[in-house]
Design a protein around this ligand. Sequence first.
Ligand SMILES: [Zn+2]
Length: 182
Amino acid sequence: MSHLEKVMEFNREFVDGEEYLSYNTTKYPDKKIVILTCMDTRLVEMLPQAMNVAHGDAAIVKNAGAVVSHPFGSIMRSILVAIHSLGAEEVYVVGHHDCGMASLNAEELLEKANAEKSTVDTLENAGIELKTWLTGFDSVEDSVRNSVSMIKNHPLLEERIPVHGLVIDPGTGKLELVVNGE
Ligand SMILES: [Zn+2]
């Protein structure tokens, strides 16, 4: 059985067994917060637990590295939607130690992607800065500060919204405060 088939079979049992009943909530975050964090597998359940965030409490936006790399990209849009459409009143950017984005090397990734040199050249010549785009950060704290600053200074974000920056240990769940947005 393929993984997809297993997922679909499990899902039928989930729905038939009415397991959804214990997840009854709304799309509006009860704690009025939006969290931007990393897609790292170690954070899937531990980060909400470590932050006392239960099902329905928060809107959670994820990408590799918990990075806002562009003020008008999909991550910033998600944060604005969480605030203006879903009622979030506070933003938490939570990076983590031992993040895959800290060691991301553009050359290595392009090699793994079997990218032809001609393709890379064509994209670079078209103004797409592939190497920059595929390069990670040196310091997770600096990366969190940059993302906090980009959110805080966004023209569509009101002054009243606090934007906090934190770093979590993926082994222990311990949070370190990098930016207190109050
Ligand atoms: Zn990560």
